[in-house]
Design a protein around this ligand. Sequence first.
Ligand SMILES: Cc1cc2nc3c(=O)[nH]c(=O)nc-3n(C[C@H](O)[C@H](O)[C@H](O)COP(=O)(O)O)c2cc1C
Length: 335
Amino acid sequence: MTTCGNHSYHSSIALAMNVLIIHAHHEPRSFSSALKDRAVATLTRLGHEVEISDLYAMGFNPISDRRNFTTVADSASLKQQREETYAAEHDGFASELVAEMEKVLHADLLIFNFPLWWFGMPATLKGWVDRVFAYGKMYGAGKLYENGVGRGKRALVTITTGGASGTYNGYGYNPSMAEILTPIHHGIFWFNGFAPLPPFIAYSVAHVGDDKRGRLLDDYERYLSTLDEQRPIVLPPMRDFEGDAIADRFGRWMVEARNASELDETRVAELQRDGKILAFWSSRDDDLEPVAWFVLRAEFRKSAEAIAQTLRRGDAAGFVIREITRSGTAELAAT
Ligand SMILES: Cc1cc2nc3c(=O)[nH]c(=O)nc-3n(C[C@H](O)[C@H](O)[C@H](O)COP(=O)(O)O)c2cc1C
């Protein structure tokens, strides 16, 4: 067991793992499919067990309705979570869903492999999530976040895009890739207890030649061979919050800093991964005196001056603090 930030996970990568790849592409000759094939070859060579749900090849039905169930809790009105609770208690899930649930529960590493469509997952994969992660069986009733079914396990997004990497860096016309992946990293993986690994993103594959594609596949092979060196993205655990997740024992601090051009970006990224910086903006690309703003997560009982001192001590990437204020959440928590 390894501890990383707030999280513990099994460092079982070096040992044999059960890997489940959920693959969502309709074309076997696509780059997405090539990544899936390379993952199978690499992970198998490394001694892992690999299982694949090839959603198009399986003809997986993404539509969530009464066909999810063999049981009926309320025939008058379909409330999915109510039916899921009942099905969980009465062995009432459709066999195709039971098979997928078993695969997920058996997996040490979950990989979502898909082309980026409309800043998100193809509908078939979203439908797979909507149907397979069923209330009562896969989440809810105490199974959430660090207590979810993915507790101690990891999950990875592997995507192809049409757009270039620069358009997803957070300063362009597209949203940042971190924002785009939040519904998956936070809303699906971490919500269910899986620690999200840094994503593998093959940018622009729609527009590059065979050489570049070959290099990307080799990069992916290297990445999969070094998963034990990858630090999961740290997201807030429920235990940091009191009661019904309303009051955080830690506070949110809005920090404004000068000299943003001097920032140590690696350190900023580390602080983000560790869940200390929750959001970060900077005017460094188009400003003569660039400023950075960020939301810092730290003890709310500390004074603003104490927080500023900690940052000034150089622990935080070279920030020169101009202003630091406790955000609304912290005030709420303090009352
Ligand atoms: C329905 C649809 C939506 C798409 N949306 C996006 C998008 O939001 N962002 C993007 O960069 N590319 C988008 N694309 C381009 C695909 O991501 C790109 O063609 C694909 O990743 C190429 O890799 P492949 O060989 O794996 O299909 C979209 C393509 C389709 C068909």
